[in-house]
Design a protein around this ligand. Sequence first.
Ligand code: KMH
Ligand code: ZN
Length: 273
Amino acid sequence: MTTSTLITVAPTGAEAAKAANPQLPVTLDELVTTAKQCEDAGAAVIHVHIRDDDARPTLDLARLRDTVTALRAATSLVIQLSTGGAVTDPYADRLKVLDAGPDACSLTCGTVNFGDDVFMNPWPFMAELYQATQSLAIVPEFELFDLGHIASLHRLLDRYGPPHGGRVHCDLVMGVRGGFDGDLATMAAAVRALPEGATWSATGIGRASLPVLFGALAAGGHLRVGMEDTVTYAKGRPVRDNAELVERAARAAEIAQRPPMPTSQARAFLGVG
Ligand code: KMH
Ligand code: ZN
């Protein structure tokens, strides 16, 4: 079992509304401030979605480039851009995200019902995105929302070989309506199905956030937290800000005797150059 815990913060996402969640970072300044606070609190990776001037999700390439530059200047976090975007984003725009030059990116391994929407990730798109990460030297994190996604991950690795960086690192996204339930039996089944030698973190959506956090720590996994995944700290109590969620994850990791992994160690762990 890894002796430390890689903590990823997902501060914004594409779904939460700024109007309902004033602490949601949507401008570049807000994102950079959040990133610094979360790094101080124990995060080593930031999973980034950006918004436009009206706080709507966007994959605008110039904005993404500015975001990568600003986060690199202000923090030593591993910068992982979302290639998932919003459910309405075209495949071509999602592929172009890699041109912003991040350290890492998310790569979802299959289509999934996503609440009342559908998050589309057909095989040809996944395969093209994966090969692009290899040729551009970007470390993919395999986002797994359902057991079938793990079968597609095996197929991807068998067909195209290992990822840039050498490590197969996955994120189990649990508690989306349409995907994995956020419980321990489901987590155990998913972990059993992962490729030999893969490492993993887990993300609990909404009310799944705490069971998934404690389950992942107990099972040797890593953690992703942030306002992309939950805007509620406890029943009836909104999250103060992203750093509050990272602080809680870091405290839990300390108690589990697997303290937060520093950014330098995270870079070596993930194979980020
Ligand atoms: N916003 C979701 C539709 C990712 O970032 O790669 C997809 C998502 C996954 O958040
Ligand atoms: Zn995301």
